[in-house]
Design a protein around this ligand. Structure first.
Ligand code: ZN
Ligand code: ZN
Length: 245
């Protein structure tokens, strides 16, 4: 088994507006060097976007990240380095923290739900609380609408860890993702999609990828949990697009 690409890795650019949070360690170049060491053909840098209360990009950093990645692509010819982002799915309308100026700099967009993303309304704030404490059906509805509408309203390459930190009706998400050719992630750090979800959505034949969600360079290309999930789900490993048998 060979890993071809890891599109979900974080760097120090995820460490908040002033860079002082300790959310991730490692520079872009350190992630790239680790990816080369592990024989990957493509590495994607996908730091958290900017509307999160605790961590994420300083919005203007995206321009210097683009320059750095262009420079590193010249330096390391043996690998393709892409600039992505992991947007926060902010509310049930499917709003994500993205704008045209940022989009122009990027090669692709990931989006997922995260606790403590900036609330866009009181209802949205209450939903964070609901996901954190009560885990009601009402929050499952809200979370599902959020992800489905994010796919309808934005140009998204892959939905990260669907169902993590807030339950979802995974079949509705699978149906919409299938319609729009959007990939669903088997996240190797957060255990979603999990084997049970993969069984539930098998009939939709979604596009699937494993993402390391590395927050430290040595975790780049670490697909252990993702591979185990695939094995436990019984789905054909060949369906995972970013590995080769
Ligand atoms: Zn995430
Ligand atoms: Zn992530």
């Amino acid at each position: 088994m060979k890993i071809i690409a890891d599109y979900h890795t974080h760097t120090i650019y995820s460490n908040g507006k002033n860079g002082k949070r300790k959310h991730a360690i490692g520079t872009i170049e350190e992630n790239v060097q680790e990816a080369i060491k592990k024989g990957l053909k493509t590495i994607g840098i996908s730091d958290h976007s900017y509307r999160h209360l605790l961590y994420g990009l300083n919005r203007d950093s995206i321009f210097e990240m683009r320059e750095e990645i262009d420079r590193l692509n010249e330096k390391y010819k043996e690998i393709e380095i892409l600039l992505g982002i992991e947007c926060n799915i902010l509310d049930n309308k499917g709003t994500i923290d993205m704008d045209d100026k940022i989009r122009e700099q990027l090669d692709y967009v990931l989006a997922g739900y995260h606790f403590a993303s900036e609330p866009t309304s009181l209802r949205c704030l209450l939903n964070h609380g609901d996901n954190f404490l009560l885990k009601t059906k009402r929050s499952t509805r809200y979370n599902t609408d959020a992800i489905v509408n994010a796919m309808k309203n934005n140009d998204i390459f892959m939905i990260t860890h669907p169902g993590d930190k807030g339950d979802v009706y995974i079949e509705e998400i699978a149906e919409e993702a299938k319609k729009r050719n959007i990939i669903l992630e088997i996240n190797s750090s957060h255990a979603h999609l999990n084997a049970e979800q993969l069984k539930q959505i098998a009939k939709y034949e979604n596009r699937l990828m494993i993402g390391s969600d590395a927050h430290k360079p040595f975790m780049v290309g670490n697909f252990s949990l993702g591979l185990e999930t695939v094995k436990n789900s019984g789905i054909d490993i060949k369906r995972v697009e970013n590995i080769m048998e």
